[in-house]
Design a protein around this ligand. Structure first.
Ligand SMILES: Cc1cc2nc3c(=O)[nH]c(=O)nc-3n(C[C@H](O)[C@H](O)[C@H](O)COP(=O)(O)OP(=O)(O)OC[C@H]3O[C@@H](n4cnc5c(N)ncnc54)[C@H](O)[C@@H]3O)c2cc1C
Length: 382
């Protein structure tokens, strides 16, 4: 055998792998980003420090494509409403990030422009189509089109707020459990537990590495322990943990419970008075609740959620429970942005599942260099 004297390629020992794209975060946004990158034939590694979708699967699974009101935490009057929830024991502030709070005060009452609303409308329409397409292939995540009954303090006031929503929600006023309610007509309902499992199957072929990323940029991702992954581009879809990479997101914590219940609600209920969503599926009822500013992964207020749900389901035997963190920017709008070779895709707050397909698609396009910019970057905070 003859050994030629080719050029020497030095691969440092701490390079674990050579990978074209790395996605940091295996929540619903990261899963969709990995899914679209893989569909483009890219070599993808997904880093997830916990279990896949451990935080995302807490969600109720109500996809509100024509209603952004729920996310507008910076509209005038919201701060008083939130403090009212805290006073009534419906929310808790266990820790506050001062830098986030300063940005919140700066963005308070600020309206996003028409360009942002059109962009969000397109994102919502794309996401809706993608969920329907996935369900048409195989509806193994119990997707259904069905109205949501919203129990609110003041139906007229809520109806007024919905009329002002730039996404133009369709709704009517109806009745549930003897009380007037807003009937929101445009949602899709999915089981997030089953959808997370479906997405995990859809990304087969993607390398999933159970590690925490501690540094991103300059063509590499450093993992806890010092190993390094090389990447042409990195997508940071780390939910509220993206804070460590410079995105202003706060952890609005909540719980999601799958339960066998004494009563089975005939409707999907968003009870804003009790602070719970109750969503029936074929084998369990999903119960979600709380909107606490709290980065701790404990289940301190879970009993309060079950207590509030009792009005709709009676006694609930918990099958499993997850703690979820809604990644909320100071204005409740997401962030989709490329800085150098790093793409940031987070900040979906209460509507992460609703927008996740579009978040993942656009993040993939930014990473692939097919798109340079979006109207929803962090530049709005500076
Ligand atoms: C109780 C509750 C109910 C909800 N209901 C709905 C609903 O009905 N409809 C809806 O549309 N949305 C809902 N949401 C919101 C939705 O769940 C979130 O917006 C969504 O989960 C955010 O997804 P994400 O992928 O951005 O972040 P996450 O779900 O937080 O996922 C981020 C992932 O990244 C991982 N990660 C972070 N940093 C690193 C790192 N450095 N290295 C490796 N891994 C890392 C984390 O472990 C995590 O798994 C709800 C949320 C909660 C809590």
């Amino acid at each position: 055998m003859c050994w030629g004297r080719g050029p020497t390629i030095y691969i440092p020992e701490n390079y674990l792998d050579v990978s074209t794209f790395v996605v940091v975060g295996g929540g619903v946004v990261g899963l969709f980003a990995a899914y679209y990158l893989k569909r483009e034939g890219a070599d993808v590694t997904l880093l997830e420090m916990g279990g896949l979708a451990h935080s995302s699967r807490a969600a109720a699974g109500v996809l509100e494509f024509t209603k952004f009101e729920l996310n507008r935490i910076n509209v005038r009057g919201y701060a008083q409403r939130y403090l009212g929830m805290v006073r009534r024991g419906k929310a808790a502030v266990r820790s506050l990030d001062l830098a986030w709070l300063v940005l919140y005060l700066k963005m308070y009452g600020r309206e996003p422009g028409e360009e942002t609303w059109s962009f969000l409308k397109e994102m919502a329409q794309f996401s809706r189509r993608e969920y329907l397409r996935l369900a048409e292939e195989q509806n193994d995540f119990e997707l259904r089109e069905e109205p949501v009954y919203e129990v609110v303090d003041d139906v007229e006031k809520e109806a007024e707020a919905l009329r002002r929503d730039p996404l133009g929600p369709r709704f009517e006023i109806g009745e549930i459990d003897g009380a007037r309610a807003i009937v929101y007509l445009d949602p899709l309902i999915i089981s997030t537990d089953l959808a997370a499992e479906r997405l995990a199957r859809e990304i087969s072929g993607v390398k999933v590495v159970n590690k925490r990323a501690v540094k991103v940029g300059d063509g590499a991702v450093e993992l806890e322990g010092g190993k390094v992954l090389r990447a042409d581009a990195v997508v940071v879809a780390g939910g509220w943990w993206s804070r460590r990479f410079g995105v202003p997101v706060a952890p609005l914590k909540g719980y999601g419970v799958r339960a066998k219940t004494e009563k089975r609600p005939g409707r999907t209920v968003a009870d804003f008075v009790g602070g719970v969503f109750v969503v029936p599926f074929s084998r369990w009822v999903k119960i979600t609740g709380r909107f606490d500013l709290d980065p701790h992964p404990d289940a301190k207020y879970l009993p309060n959620v079950l207590e509030a749900a009792a009005r709709w389901v009676g006694k609930a035997d918990v099958v499993d429970a997850s703690v979820g963190f809604r990644p909320c920017t100071p204005d409740g709008l997401p962030v989709l942005e490329r800085r150098g070779d790093v793409v940031f895709a987070t900040g979906t707050c209460r509507l992460g599942w609703t927008y996740a397909p579009a978040m993942g698609r656009i993040a993939a396009d930014l990473a692939l260099g097919r798109r340079r910019d979006t109207p929803i970057t962090t530049r709005r905070f500076s």
